[in-house]
Design a protein around this ligand. Structure first.
Ligand code: FAD
Length: 391
């Protein structure tokens, strides 16, 4: 693709979305600088479970997820580095209440070219023989999905961007966005240096709200802490959980992390694009730089207990120290990917709401296209204007 007008673009934030935006801009021949306050994947991207699936109720989320996963698959060819893509398949089960809706969504996602099938209850034991399938009527099975390594994928995209001519400034916190006369002018970094640009893409995740508020743009975001529980399963992790597993009945999910560890978590707090409007929004964090990054033992016990009826075999296993990460939640659990009205040349990617890794590379690509060319149709539902102004 060719940019309509040659521009100098700054991308702030090297999570999966910002890294991908910089990668694609550099690939298209646009002059781009990627600025990250620490290192690639230093924020929530690096704490992601990184489960991959195109199964979403909203078609645009499916499309972004499918494209994001496709980019992750291509990362070795595009960058010469690994994305740590583990193709073990993703299985998402539900009970009788949502079974027909699942079948319909699976048919729609398949009709768009994704490898996804409906598995009825009788077909499930061959995918995870140690599971007790009580309560599950049907599942979405995506055999070519699984999980990636979020650090590897993000670093690979940054490498690819650099190899294509992007300037990459790590350990460089942006102090503020610089605007004048209703236009973005660039950014000011912590030592006071100003870097000019006529386009800035702010891919700041949980840090979006404070940075944008400084220039009078009030984003309707909240930040939630989500713990990960690590279960010691030396040599048997893949036997116990051969696939990535999302449980719509028990509201939890898990995956093996290599051969020796299981990662278990709850998603009742959100993050799938399926949470109901009346669901509880707990574990709110005020300052994303000051939160409990570990996992408390009561959280670990509660999470393991929530799995016992499904996977009795984990009962005697030990618990390793876990870790927590942050979700940047929008009011409807879907991302905000848009031009900022009133500040020409400024674009935001935020509000990924705990499910933005799989689609992050596609979101970065689409946002980059929006910034230098035209807004892709797939971004229509993610406009900032769908929420009433705050602040
Ligand atoms: C525990 C957990 C589990 C998850 N599991 C999944 C999953 O299974 N599947 C899935 O699809 N998604 C999952 N997610 C969600 C996914 O990880 C996020 O949606 C996604 O990684 C967000 O990426 P991002 O690039 O938008 O933002 P971030 O990763 O938040 O990146 C923002 C970057 O901006 C940088 N930055 C901040 N302030 C500044 C500044 N002033 N100057 C310069 N740089 C700055 C930060 O250091 C950071 O690197 C999970 C998230 C968590 C926390």
């Amino acid at each position: 693709m060719t940019a309509k007008t040659p521009s100098e673009v700054i991308v702030v934030g090297a999570g999966i979305a910002g890294a991908a935006a910089a990668f694609f801009l550099a690939d298209w021949g646009v002059k781009v600088t990627l600025i990250e306050r620490h290192h690639p994947a230093a924020g929530p991207t690096g704490r992601s479970s990184a489960l991959l699936h195109a199964f979403y109720y909203m078609p645009e989320l499916s499309r972004l997820a499918a494209r994001g996963i496709d980019i992750l698959r291509q990362i070795p060819a595009l960058t010469g580095a690994s994305a740590g893509f583990n193709r073990i398949g993703n299985l998402w089960g539900t009970g009788p209440g949502a079974a027909q809706e699942f079948r319909d969504v699976i048919a729609r996602v398949r009709s768009e070219g994704c490898e996804i099938e409906t598995l009825e209850a009788s077909e499930l034991p061959r995918h995870a023989p140690d599971f007790n399938w009580d309560g599950i009527e049907v599942a979405a099975w995506e055999p070519t999905c699984g999980y990636a390594d979020s650090y590897s994928a993000t670093n690979a995209l940054v490498k690819g961007a650099r190899d294509r001519g992007a300037a990459v400034r790590l350990n460089t916190p942006v102090r503020r966005l610089v605007t004048a006369g209703g236009r973005i002018q660039g950014v000011e970094i912590e030592d006071g240096e100003r870097i000019g640009a006529d386009i800035v893409i702010a891919a700041l995740g949980v840090w979006s709200k404070p940075v944008l508020a400084e220039i009078g743009v009030h984003l309707p975001l909240t930040v939630e802490r989500h713990p990960h529980v690590l279960v010691e399963a030396a040599g048997i992790a893949r036997q116990i959980m051969p696939v990535c597993w999302v449980d719509d009945v028990l509201m939890n999910y898990g995956r093996p992390d290599g051969e020796d560890v299981l990662i278990l978590a709850s998603w009742s707090g959100g993050g799938t694009g399926l949470r109901g409007a009346d669901s509880e929004r707990g574990n709110l964090v005020g300052d994303p730089d000051d939160y409990n990054e570990g996992t408390e033992s009561d959280e670990a016990v509660a999470t393991v207990k929530s799995f016992l009826s499904r996977i009795p075999r984990i009962e005697p296993l030990g618990i390793r120290p876990g870790y927590s990460g942050l979700y940047d939640m929008s009011p409807d659990d879907n991302p905000i990917i848009d031009a900022v009205s009133g500040v020409d040349g400024l674009f935001v990617i935020c509000g990924s709401s705990g499910h933005g890794f799989k689609m992050g590379a596609a979101v970065g690509e689409a946002a980059a296209r929006m910034a230098v060319d035209e807004k892709p149709a797939v971004l229509a539902p993610f406009a900032m204007g769908r929420f009433p102004p705050t602040g």
